[in-house]
Design a protein around this ligand. Structure first.
Ligand SMILES: *[C@@H]1O[C@H](CO)[C@@H](O)[C@H](O)[C@H]1NC(C)=O
Ligand SMILES: *[C@@H]1O[C@H](CO)[C@@H](O)[C@H](O)[C@H]1NC(C)=O
Ligand SMILES: *[C@@H]1O[C@H](CO)[C@@H](O)[C@H](O)[C@H]1NC(C)=O
Ligand SMILES: *[C@@H]1O[C@H](CO)[C@@H](O)[C@H](O)[C@H]1NC(C)=O
Ligand SMILES: *[C@@H]1O[C@H](CO)[C@@H](O)[C@H](O)[C@H]1NC(C)=O
Length: 734
């Protein structure tokens, strides 16, 4: 599916869309991998590792059958973020297990899918200055990346100027060699080294914390590539293979990372929306935040469809993707002299700029041909420029391969309507230009208007200063959240389009070390993970929720020139379900004034309010939970944003802010009202006289004829001299 391919740029990683991996036949019954969540019996809360394993083994079936012993049935044992294991079981064996004391639930393992330098400068990070200086470039912070593995000898992982790993580090090195940058690696999908056969994990980890190195691809975007936290350490947890990312391996990766001592977890992968107690990422992440580990996840590449966000749990930072101000320009020029700007990373120097015959791949009326699917074209395209359409679950680069295989001279790749004006600079295999939907329609109209249509492509290379940047990427997954509509998701957007970072093999067969330019929320997530590492160094006492709040209340909502609001792929103003709180501004995030803090226990009444069973919540928090009367509505969670479902009854929620700015300060509330809604804040003025002081206020939402509207948005500001603390308010009708 094309969305799944956006991140990869290359068609090599065909992730299975099936939610269940292949089953094995065991005797008469099928064996599947199940993740089994348990609760330790009272009094056994401090089981030693060996005792824990023997207790787990009592849940496994008797192994009198054949030669299969319980140890070969066991796939992963979890110790740190959750109690339980993953094992190969039959349905009947799972049923039998349900009766045993301590059993919570068993989920059939699902497959999750993976969701790429100019970005430091674009984000206002400068050498020896500002936040990079104030955070020591993230020195000493450990970022655990769950991905496809890593390319250990890549210069982005050189350890020049790196300190030794902190004393708390207890990780392993399943690589030929680790160093002070790449301090550890584990393979949770096999027994071999955690090396990267794909490129994705090399890209994401170098984006988060790569060392500075001269970079380019196809001669484009050249410059020194830096990770967001250039002095942070990287630990790789390989949880994805060519088949995808098994949920049990993801949970095993989080479990190991937390025990190893990582400070930040970065997951550029996810699945469909699901109930938190059944989602290994949500469950693992909760265990992580209980140990003070910050968790940043990609929102997914299923946009622009509404309600498409993955990784929706409120203890996770859910990151959408936006553009930066760099294009790799490839202009389509038609026989009628009309020109349309598009993009391609592959800029063919040898391509002769003369008009060639132009054909529409879908002229035969077949959908497969329209999308330039493999095998859908024939030699009639030889020597011609072929117009292909985006979509049809065919990777963009794969479409060019089909044109090339049939002798086509070049490809114009046009968007479908939902992808609008968004174009991407891919490593195409032939001269190509990716143009927007409107341009594509104009090219089609030209094809209709003349007997001998002609076109060419002009390559003008790397262009900076796109005034519309940042813009929400069409593929970036959108809210509202399905799993928890009372929490606004995604939380934030950051750079995720045309990101140049380290790669495992040279994409042009020339450039070494290898770099690739790819796009996806997979690329925006590690930007935020690296920024979290900077904030963690600058503020070692901040909780994961405080770091998240600081990022979310200090975003910007306008383009670079501050002339227009942030736009979406249709060049319309982006709404809060497109971009959450807005675009990350690392420099301001380091000094937010106030934070909306949360401790792990604060999520319990929220989880109760979502209607989860006591046993499910016990599994999440790893001790007994009793909801009883201790429940709150979702929107009452002390979150830095508001997602409100409003009917005719007014709703009141409270929030508590913590002063992390100036000891003596007076903040005043200001509200930008959502249309059709009245918002009252009480009190409207808060006086602080010391740091870490907390203050609670209420916000009341009342409909003023809102029922006629389906969506409306506004903002709550707390203002004092030098600080602007902004919370977005999204209102939908109840
Ligand atoms: C860099 O950080 C140090 C220590 O916090 C500070 O004294 C210095 O003023 C900072 N320099 C710049 C240019 O920000
Ligand atoms: C090749 O494709 C063209 C355009 O779709 C079509 O008109 C032609 O019949 C095809 N030729 C063969 C041999 O299939
Ligand atoms: C081109 O012509 C075809 C066939 O007459 C028609 O279906 C299509 O809508 C036209 N496309 C445009 C963009 O004018
Ligand atoms: C790189 O080399 C491979 C294998 O020889 C070849 O298939 C591919 O077309 C080359 N790519 C480029 C961009 O030259
Ligand atoms: C729950 O209700 C009981 C009985 O009304 C009360 O004693 C108890 O304090 C309540 N617990 C909480 C946490 O509100």
């Amino acid at each position: 599916m094309e969305n799944k391919m956006i991140f990869a740029g290359l068609a090599v990683l065909l992730i299975s869309l099936a939610s269940v991996p292949a089953s094995f036949v065991y005797g008469e019954a099928e064996l599947d991998t199940y993740i089994v969540f348990l609760q330790k019996p009272e009094g056994l809360s401090t089981l030693a590792d060996g005792d824990l394993e023997s207790w787990y083994s009592t849940f496994l079936p008797d192994t009198t059958l054949a030669s299969s012993s319980s140890t070969t049935r066991l796939v992963h044992t979890y110790r740190n973020v959750v109690t339980g294991f993953a094992a190969k079981l039959t349905k009947g064996e799972v049923k039998a297990m349900e009766k045993k004391d301590g059993f919570i639930s068993a989920q059939r393992e699902k497959m999750y899918s993976l969701h790429t330098t100019r970005t430091p400068a674009f984000l206002g990070l400068q050498l020896n200055n500002g936040l990079w200086n104030g955070s020591n470039n993230g020195k000493g912070v450990i970022i655990g990346v769950l991905d496809t593995g890593v390319t250990p000898n890549h210069p982005s992982f050189n350890d020049l100027h790196m300190p030794s790993p902190p004393a708390k580090w207890r990780g392993k090195c399943q690589l030929p060699k680790c160093n002070k940058k790449l301090i550890g690696a584990r393979n949770l999908v096999g027994d071999t080294y955690a090396t990267d056969d794909e490129g994705h994990g090399t890209h994401t980890s170098s984006t988060a914390a790569g060392s500075p190195v001269q970079a380019s691809a196809f001669g484009q975007a050249s410059g020194v590539a830096y990770g967001m936290a250039p002095l942070a350490h990287i630990a790789m947890y390989k949880v994805c293979s060519e088949e995808g990312c098994p949920g049990g391996s993801i949970l095993a990766g989080i479990d190991a990372a937390v025990a190893d001592g990582v400070d930040v977890l970065s997951l550029s992968l996810g699945g469909a929306s699901s109930r938190f107690p059944e989602d290994p990422i949500a469950v693992g992440a909760f265990g992580a935040i209980q140990k003070g580990v910050f968790v940043s996840c990609s929102a997914g590449n299923a946009g622009p469809a509404s309600a498409s966000s993955a990784n929706e749990a409120p203890w996770i930072l859910t990151v959408g993707a936006s553009t930066i101000d760099r294009k790799i320009k490839a202009t389509v020029l038609l026989g009628n002299k009309a020109g349309y700007d598009g993009q391609s990373l592959f800029q063919d120097k040898k391509f002769r700029h003369r008009l060639l015959p132009l054909v529409y791949a879908g002229a035969n009326g077949r959908a497969a041909s329209r999308f330039c699917a493999p095998g859908s074209l024939n030699k009639s395209v030889k020597g011609k420029i072929v117009l292909c359409e985006r979509g049809g679950e065919i990777a963009r680069i794969g479409k060019g391969q089909e044109v090339k295989d049939n002798g086509g001279a070049a490809m114009i790749l046009m968007n479908d309507q939902p992808n609008g004006f968004d174009t991407l600079a891919d490593a195409h295999v032939l001269p190509a230009s990716h143009v927007g939907f409107v341009a594509g329609e104009a090219i089609k109209a030209y094809l209709n208007s003349t007997k001998s249509p002609k076109a060419t492509i002009l390559f003008s290379g790397t262009i900076f200063g796109n005034p519309n940047a940042p813009q929400v990427a069409s593929f970036s997954s959108r809210g509202p959240s399905l799993a928890s509509p009372g929490i606004l998701k995604p939380d934030i957007i950051g750079p995720g389009v045309n990101i140049l970072a380290a790669w495992s093999v040279s994409v042009d067969n020339i450039t070494n070390p290898p770099f690739n330019m790819i796009s996806g929320t997979s690329m925006s997530c590690p930007h935020l993970s690296g920024i979290a590492a900077l904030l963690k160094n600058a503020h070692p006492d901040w909780s994961p929720a405080a770091i998240k709040s600081a990022m979310m209340t200090t975003t910007y909502l306008s383009n670079l020139g501050r002339t227009k609001p942030i736009l979406n792929e249709q060049l319309q103003p982006a709404n809060l379900f497109d971009m959450g709180a807005g675009h990350v501004n690392p420099v301001l995030a380091a000094d937010p004034g106030l934070v909306y803090d949360l401790q792990p226990n604060d999520y319990i009444p929220y989880l109760c309010g979502l209607g989860y069973k006591d046993s499910e919540i016990s599994g999440l928090i790893q001790r007994k939970a009793h909801c009883g009367n201790v429940t709150i509505p979702e929107a009452q969670l002390n979150y830095p944003s508001f997602s409100i479902r409003l009917g005719s009854t007014p709703l009141t929620y409270s929030r508590t802010v913590t002063n992390v700015g100036r000891a003596n300060s007076v903040y005043v509330a200001k509200v930008v009202l959502p249309r059709g809604v009245n918002v009252k804040v009480h009190p409207e003025r808060i006086v602080f006289n010391r740091l870490k002081q907390k203050a609670t206020f209420t916000v009341t939402f009342t409909s003023k004829g809102f029922s006629a509207e389906t969506y409306s948005q506004g903002f709550l500001y707390w203002l004092t001299k030098g600080y602007v603390v902004r919370s977005p308010i999204a209102v939908i009708s109840a």
